[in-house]
Design a protein around this ligand. Structure first.
Ligand SMILES: [Zn+2]
Length: 216
């Protein structure tokens, strides 16, 4: 029987959703709207479109946070199988290797294990989406000028989680009965980034064949 993802998540506090929208805020209303159209059975390609009258930055902010929470949980369910020994290098098959760079410890691109890369990646995103200067939550506070650029970087890095998980841990996805769940999340993510041209085409290359198969 398929293991319920919610049960898996509940057991692992490390991979809890790391940011929530506060009820009563404008952003929360938009989040609910996005969730409602998602559940209504509309096709994923159309649910990602900006609803009339909504602000594009709010729409992107809501999705970036939601995708971060969901992808973080997906990786969390297979994190036990993604170890220093199974994945000593953060890669997507033999052809793609990702190096980590940040403004703290790794100023130069560093070759790290997948679990280490993922931990840094999740912490880095969590820091940004909880930073009021980057993701303002108060009404009337504008988004920074480089907001879209920051989101592009976040989404580009989140895409790499899909690359690694699909290429290196597909057996785990299958054994957990999570294939449909992961595919739905991937498709939603893919349509979203394509709708707003947020991730460079080259980054999508490692999963191109699979994408052509499942996103049509
Ligand atoms: Zn791994």
């Amino acid at each position: 029987m398929a293991l319920c993802l919610k049960q898996v998540f509940a057991k692992d506090k490390t991979f809890r959703p790391r940011k929530r929208f506060e009820p009563g805020t404008q952003r929360f209303e938009l989040y609910k709207k996005a969730q409602a159209s998602l559940k209504s059975g509309l096709d994923l390609r159309s649910v990602v479109r900006l609803p009339p009258g909504e602000n594009i930055e709010d729409w992107i902010a809501v999705h970036v946070v939601d995708f971060f929470n969901r992808i973080n949980l997906i990786y969390g369910t297979m994190a036990e199988r993604c170890s220093e020994s199974s994945c000593p290098v953060m890669a997507g098959g033999p052809r793609y290797e990702y190096r980590w760079q940040d403004e703290r410890q790794y100023r130069r691109p560093a070759k790290l294990s997948a679990p280490r890369y993922m931990a840094l990646l999740m912490d880095w995103i969590e820091g940004l989406i909880n930073d009021e200067d980057v993701f303002p939550t108060r009404v009337g506070v504008p988004f920074p000028k480089n907001f879209q650029q920051v989101c592009t970087k976040i989404l580009t890095r989140l895409f790499r989680v899909f690359v690694h998980v699909y290429i290196h841990h597909f057996d785990s996805i299958l054994s957990m009965g999570a294939e449909a769940h992961v595919n739905t999340c991937y498709k939603h993510f893919y349509y979203f980034i394509r709708e707003f041209s947020l991730v460079d085409q080259r980054e999508l290359e490692p999963l191109r064949e699979m994408t052509e198969r499942i996103c049509h």
